[in-house]
Design a protein around this ligand. Sequence first.
Ligand code: BGC
Length: 346
Amino acid sequence: MSITKESWGETKAGEAVDLYTLENANGVRAKIATYGGIVTELYMPDKDGNMADVVCGHKTLAEYEAGHPYFGSLIGRYGNRIGKGKFTLEGKEYTLAANNGENHLHGGDVGFDKKVWKAEAVESDNSVGVKLTYVSVDGEEGYPGRLTSTVVYELTRDNELKIDYKATTDEATVLNLTHHGYFNLGGHDSGDILDHVMTIAADRYTPVDEGLIPTGEIAPVAGTVMDFTKPTAIGARIKDVAGGGYDHNYVLNNQDGSMALAARVSESETGRVMEVYTTEPGMQFYTGNFLDGSNKGKGAVYNKHAAFCLETQHYPDSPNRPEFPPVVLRPGETYTHTTVYRFSVE
Ligand code: BGC
């Protein structure tokens, strides 16, 4: 297994960015940029041993800086939406950027996906990795408290991409860190993901309003187009989903904070399988509904449904929903979250 580091140039603001390459003995390779903690490439074998890059993204830092829909990025401080960009914590109201209609999305105008993280290589018997650290100052993007986040990406011997998140604060705050990989198990340039077969370990989900803010209801998936409790093609009922496809938070069956299977996805032509394990109580299933061909990445044109995202998380708008699992972090506490994307073939 190996870890290599190369310079990836500078941001427009003049910050130096590095690109780490993690490789295991199976020839599986992940490239991770210190800008946004972006997984820019992820090469996985198919059933015949052929490698393909299974994540959407761009080739250069300049293309990422020019704007993209969070391809492969780390998301913070708050993954997904906060209604009207407002919440109250310990009696004080906070106002965040309304960067998605009237709502706040993925941490605001300059979220963690656009920050340059400090990085160091990390290695264990079982893995090669990179540990990323970012200190978000008090008031950044409107959030209270100085928040120190570390994210360790590891590529294991068993073709897993493991992500370990930790964070501490000096003042009560809210957070919801996640990873926004856009996966296509046929290869990032292979067309749409409608034939991929999805299983999600969730009997319930959080219905949303037109602005994609949860209504507060926790609804059963049974008997609806939301039901992926049994293996089902992503495209089987997608035409009947309001809003052009799936963009919903699933209430994972496992709610006790231990690692549990959240989803399994397979693609029959290549035989590639991806399983997602997480400690989080929720997962956003997003089918690239807003991809429109304008994102030409790594030589491919990404049209609607060119990829799917499985963002392990707390539920959207939790800061305004006391009935949802809590997202408040206080001084002296440590936020933890582990997610594993495990790849295999069948
Ligand atoms: C959101 C989508 C959004 C996408 C890209 C997902 O997490 O739920 O609504 O378009 O991220 O920003």
